[in-house]
Design a protein around this ligand. Structure first.
Ligand SMILES: [Cu+2]
Length: 324
């Protein structure tokens, strides 16, 4: 991956290098600096030590027929030198690393807050007005704090361009922050192996130009009023957790698939047959335990009070659009 990201940087974006993607956050340059500082020190000592070792092996090898001399006791000057110089270097590395770590972990108080949920296998981002999106939109030049948690296993939110990577753990909150420096789209990965579709757990950070962020958020939050209901429903299906249990491709998961269910006759636990229409779908969303589909556990949570009527209508329109 480093190689691919390196190529992206070579394509003319700011900062970055062969090893590193472009630097798009205020912390990125500092992170890269420490990385290269340690990298060059390591390379220098690697070459020095391996070079000298090789030279000494050749230079002082014992020819045939020559007896080995006793080794000299020790050399104070040499030993103090090779102890004190590395000591100073590791202290400097510790200081720089600790300072960088504290910067990365302490978000500014006035930061704009976005709630992040990791789940198998996608990211959800919730804005202060309650709107949930599958991509992370942020304003440029504004500090943003992410307050993150997981619905299931451990994930890790990784935004290479911002040099941000932080585990997302079920049952607790972890935080990360950044301040983006350049408008554009950047990749988000999950960096903690979390199961079958781990590598598909992708999203984008969209860094918006000044003023555009507010416009985007307002427009996106009003999607119920501006989008065709079936499209709005498709969005809710992904952002409100239905996708966790219901497929749209005909495969059965924790719950039945939505594909082609509208207009069908479904058998309930107890043997009753129900024709699937708008009212049945509405009841299934609001009171899933009233009639339970045969062959499934009654594990669907109720969405009563959690979805507005308009949202339920949109989801029903979406389910209707999924023909077999
Ligand atoms: Cu994951």
């Amino acid at each position: 991956m480093s190689f691919e990201l390196g190529m992206m940087a070579a394509a003319g974006e700011t900062g970055g290098s062969f090893w590193m993607p472009p630097e798009i956050s205020t912390s990125a340059a500092g992170v890269d600096w420490i990385f290269y500082f340690i990298f060059w020190i390591s390379l220098f000592f690697f070459l020095l030590i391996v070079g000298l070792m090789t030279y000494f092996v050749v230079r002082y090898r014992r020819p045939k027929g020559v007896e080995a001399e006793g080794a000299p006791s020790h050399n104070m000057v040499l030993e103090v030198t090779w102890s004190v110089i590395p000591l100073i270097l590791v202290i400097v590395i510790f200081y720089l690393g600790f300072k960088g770590f504290m910067d990365l972990f302490t978000s500014p108080q006035n930061a704009y807050e976005v709630l992040v949920t990791g789940q198998k296998w996608k990211w959800l981002f919730q804005y202060p007005n309650g709107y949930v999106d599958e991509n992370l939109h942020v304003p440029v030049d504004v500090p943003v704090r992410l307050v993150m948690s997981s619905e299931d296993v451990i994930h890790s939110l990784y935004i290479p361009a911002f040099r941000v990577k932080r585990d997302v753990v079920p049952g607790r909150y972890t935080k990360a922050w950044f301040q983006a420096t350049q408008a554009g789209d950047y990749q988000i990965f999950c960096a903690e192996y979390c199961g079958k579709s781990h590598s598909d757990m992708l999203a984008k950070v969209v860094v918006e130009k000044p003023g555009d962020f507010e416009k985007w958020l307002e427009k996106a939050s009003n999607f119920l009023d501006t989008m065709p209901p079936a499209e709005a429903g498709a969005r809710l299906y992904k952002t409100r957790g239905c996708a966790q249990c219901h497929s749209i491709d005909g495969t059965s998961g924790i719950g039945p698939t939505f594909k082609g269910v509208f207009g069908e006759t479904v058998v309930m636990v107890g043997g009753a047959k129900v024709a699937v229409d708008e009212n049945y779908l509405r009841e299934s969303i609001n009171e899933p335990q009233v009639r339970v589909v045969a062959g499934y556990q009654p594990v669907m949570p109720t969405f009563k009070g959690r979805l507005k009527d308009k949202e339920i209508t949109a989801i029903i329109e979406y389910i209707k659009s999924l023909e077999r």
